[in-house]
Design a protein. Sequence first.
Length: 375
Amino acid sequence: MTLWLTYGAITLLIGLLFGWLLWRQNKQVTKRWLITKIKHNPAQKDDYIEALNQIDKQPTYSFKTTLLLLLALIPTGLLLNSYLFPPQDQPTQQAQQLPSIEEALAQLEQSLQDNPNDLEGQMLYARTMMSMQNFDAAVQALRKADELEPNNANILTELAEAVAFKNNTGSFLGEPEKLIDRALNADPAHQKAMWLKGIIAFENQNYAQAEQLWTTLIQNINDDNVKTTIIKQINQARSQQNKPAIGQSDIADSTVLSGNEQSQLSYQVIVDAEDSIRNSQFPATTRLFVSARALSGPPMPVAAIDVAPPFNWPVTINLTDQHNLTPNRQLSDFEQVIITARLSVSGDAGASDYVSGSQTVAANQAKILLQLSNP
């Protein structure tokens, strides 16, 4: 029974009860009035007695009218119910059930076959495949998304992660590193890309760069749990440099970045190479040296760093005061320096098999691009 019919039935019952009580009360009042008249007016006693007898024989018309009006509520209620709440077809059991994951996935795959340029669809499919650990399908979808919207830091970062998982190594060296570099070129403040770049630097044993990246990143993190995780990674990088561990209060106060040091100047050097060098397989003794020397004065470098193979070209290096060669000459003391890259197969810093051109750069220059070639 619908709500309208329920209300109608209740109203009908209440109305009937009220009408019956009203009719009975009216009958009793009339009787009392006639009895009073019989007592005080003996001359018309017979007429009053006849009227008194007629009360019990004839029903009251007001009661009949009330009863008819209340009974009319039933068809009226049915009419209103059918008008205001028209009957609807009952949904089938299949329509009531939500599609299963397999059905929804099949629909999404069919949609992407019909419209492969649906960027949101490709991203949704890629994330679904990542959650299902189908990394091959995730990489394929993210590569399509990268084609549709190049230089999107979010897409590039997710693609790098998918490629790393697809390789079954968990390493971000190789193609993932290049994708992360592209992401940071598109958005230098992209938090996940910065975090992964720190992992790449740590894998490359460039612990100073990893520390610097994570220390910069943590300044923009509000979640205490995430901060705790990043501080652990910072301390791992500091441990590799024989530095003391730091806590969250040190980061908040910006008083500890490297022992007693404050935030330090950094030169980001990107070293690429000619195809013949990029395609070469180098022995474990090989070292890539990047150095900075003063414009005047002693020819010895102010700061230098060496990187061991394998080389994932282009190689990105951050040159900071952590790489000073002597304590009395700080890289941050110079407004300009000359940056050079050299590659030595023997690992001897004095022997260069491949060299780059030298660049004079200012302290505020964002990036320095060098390319190795035959001397």
